[in-house]
Write a protein that binds this ligand. Structure first.
Ligand SMILES: NC(=O)c1ccc[n+]([C@@H]2O[C@H](COP(=O)([O-])OP(=O)(O)OC[C@H]3O[C@@H](n4cnc5c(N)ncnc54)[C@H](O)[C@@H]3O)[C@@H](O)[C@H]2O)c1
Length: 341
């Protein structure tokens, strides 16, 4: 078992947040890596990482035997190759969401993770977002009774990002918005309501002409135990980023968002039936990229040899639901996700 994390970070966009979190947790930074030399230099200077620990080729991290954990925050298309290589290098891995973009890559990553005796965590960061964590606590405490309907969304305008002269990796045909960003909302509902048994989706394409896929998709989901749900994904929306989420139970209802400083909790009176006249308004920290908590959990699993809740299989199951949604919107029929990996 490791007594200290000695970390390499690959990809310094979102990876920069992981880097800061790792430093704050007392991890040793052995390498940072990005193919963009100016980004690499800027981040290196900001975080006081010496030039000899700055790399433009991630393969160089594989042969650095000091590194015992790697953060993979490269474009989604590269996750598979990097995950497989670092499993075989024998290091602990935290890989950004979505774990991969197609079933073949998911299968390959699961096969790799299964032959590893190191930790493998997928960065589904909404499981650390204060509002969503609070909602999970309220549900688990039984405060809103039994869930019967759950709803979430991922509405994030990619227009500016995708309009640059250089082709962006997010406009790759394989990087459908439901998989790339919508995986946040899908994963959140899986966390609350279980693994969807069937999904049925419709898409539309009116906002992002530069991408070959729908920029809005609405999905109805059938969860276990008679719970039904809905996920809405819009990657061209004309409004600020939001993941408005509604969790409806037999004794109450939670309304929350990752970009709101409060959440609303409606509950029933002691008679168990009549609605209280006022809801409880719960103050919440807005922290929709809680990389700090995420890294703390990863470090805890590695250093104390604890099981990883959000492991490769869970990451793959979330993407499998997303792929089923995309397929349903294409073929026009309900699809049952295949969780056999
Ligand atoms: N958890 C979240 O909320 C969240 C938010 C944003 C992005 N993400 C995920 O994080 C990952 C990165 O996204 P981003 O927004 O930081 O993208 P980004 O484009 O801002 O950053 C990616 C970085 O990776 C670098 N890169 C590209 N190819 C590389 C290679 N072969 N080796 C090393 N570096 C390479 C690029 O130069 C770039 O600096 C993606 O998987 C994305 O889906 C997660």
């Amino acid at each position: 078992m490791e007594n200290k994390l000695i970390v390499g970070v690959i990809g310094l966009g979102m990876g920069n947040a992981h880097l800061k979190a790792a430093i704050a947790c007392g991890a040793e930074i052995e390498a940072i890596c990005d193919t963009n030399p100016s980004r690499l230099k800027t981040v290196g200077e900001e975080q006081n990482i010496p030039a000899e620990k700055q790399y433009t080729d991630w393969h160089d991290l594989l042969t650095n035997k000091k590194i015992n954990a790697v953060i993979i925050a490269s474009p989604d298309q590269l996750h598979r190759e990097m995950c497989e290589a670092f499993v075989d290098a024998g290091v602990h891995i935290m890989c950004e969401k979505p774990l991969a973009l197609c079933r073949e890559d998911l299968d390959a990553i699961i096969a790799a993770a299964n032959r590893s005796n190191k930790k493998f965590m997928v960065g589904q960061i909404c499981r650390f977002t204060p509002a969503f964590v609070k909602a999970k606590e309220i549900i688990d405490a039984g405060t809103i009774g039994e869930l019967y309907y759950v709803e979430s969304e991922y509405a994030h305008d990619y227009q500016k990002m995708l309009s640059s002269v250089q082709k962006h990796w997010r406009s790759d045909p394989i990087r459908h918005g439901v998989v790339g960003g919508g995986c946040h909302a899908v994963d959140l509902l899986r966390w609350y309501a279980g693994d969807p048994e069937e999904v049925f989706a419709y898409g539309s394409h009116k906002l992002l002409p530069m991408v070959p896929y729908d920029d809005a998709t609405v999905t109805i989901l059938k969860f276990p135990n008679g719970i039904c749900g809905k996920v809405f994904v819009s990657t061209g929306c004309k409004r600020p980023y939001t993941m408005r989420t509604q969790l409806w139970g037999t004794k109450g209802t939670i309304l929350c968002d990752n970009t709101s400083d409060h959440m609303t909790l409606w509950t029933v009176d002691e008679d168990g039936v009549s609605l209280k006249s006022e809801p409880e308004i719960i103050t919440i920290d807005i922290n929709n990229h809680n990389a700090q908590k995420e890294f703390e959990v990863f470090a805890d699993c590695v250093l104390k040899d604890k099981p990883v809740a959000m492991d490769a299989l869970q990451g793959a199951m979330t993407v499998e639901v997303c792929l089923s949604i995309v397929k349903s919107s294409e073929v026009g029929t309900p699809i049952r996700p295949n969780y056999k990996f």
